[in-house]
Design a protein around this ligand. Structure first.
Ligand code: FE2
Length: 180
C-alpha cells in the first residue's frame, strides 16, 4: 500500500512534469531559431566578403596593368604579390563557407551593384593616383571587416579568418602608403 505522502508525490510529478518538459522544448526551439538567424547572418557576411575580395582583386590587377610613371614597375611587382595573397584568403574563406554547409556564388549582377563603391582604373593612370585609389578600395573592405569581426556570432573560425584577412589587407594598404 502506498502511504498518503508517496501518493501525493506521484500525483505532483505527473502534474508538474509535462509543464516542465514543455518549458524545456520551448527553450530548445528558441535556441534553434537563434542559431538559424546567426547562420543566415554569417552566410551573408561571408558571401559579401567573397564579393569584396573578387572586386578588390580586379582593381589591384587593373593597377598592375595600367599604372604608368617612373616607379610603375615597383607597383607592378608589388601588386602581383598582393593579388596572390588576396587569392589565398579568398580560397580559405570560400572553403570555410563550404565547411559551414553553404555554396559560394559568383553573382555578376550582385558584383555589378557593389562595384560602384570601388575605384576601377580602367585606363592609363599615374602611379600616385592609382595608389590613392587602391588605398581607398582597401579602406572600404577593411571597414566592413571591422563590423564583421566585432559582431562575430555563431562561428569563431570565420571570425579568425576575417581577422587574418584584415591583418594582411592593412599590411598591403600600408605598403601602398609607403610608395607615396
Ligand atoms: Fe603580370
Amino acid at each position: 500500500m502506498l502511504s498518503n505522502l508517496k501518493f501525493k508525490s506521484i500525483i505532483f510529478i505527473f502534474l508538474i512534469l509535462p509543464f516542465h518538459m514543455n518549458g524545456q522544448s520551448g527553450e530548445i526551439e528558441i535556441k534553434e531559431r537563434q542559431i538559424q538567424v546567426n547562420e543566415q547572418s554569417d552566410k551573408f557576411k561571408i558571401q559579401e566578403t567573397l564579393n569584396h575580395l573578387e572586386i578588390l582583386n580586379k582593381t589591384v590587377k587593373l593597377v598592375h596593368w595600367n599604372a604608368e610613371g617612373p616607379t610603375a614597375y615597383v607597383l607592378h611587382e608589388l601588386t602581383d604579390e598582393f593579388i596572390e595573397e588576396i587569392d589565398g584568403h579568398t580560397d580559405l574563406i570560400a572553403e570555410q563557407f563550404r565547411v559551414l554547409g553553404h555554396y559560394p556564388e559568383i553573382d555578376l549582377a550582385q558584383l555589378n551593384e557593389m562595384k560602384d563603391d570601388f575605384y576601377f582604373p580602367n585606363e592609363k593612370i599615374k602611379v600616385e593616383d592609382a595608389i590613392q585609389q587602391l588605398i581607398e578600395n582597401y579602406e572600404l573592405v577593411i571597414t566592413t571587416l571591422d563590423a564583421k569581426i566585432e559582431k562575430a556570432e555563431a562561428d569563431l573560425v570565420t571570425q579568425d579568418y576575417f581577422i587574418d584577412l584584415k591583418t594582411d589587407l592593412l599590411l598591403q594598404q600600408w605598403k601602398l602608403k609607403m610608395q607615396l
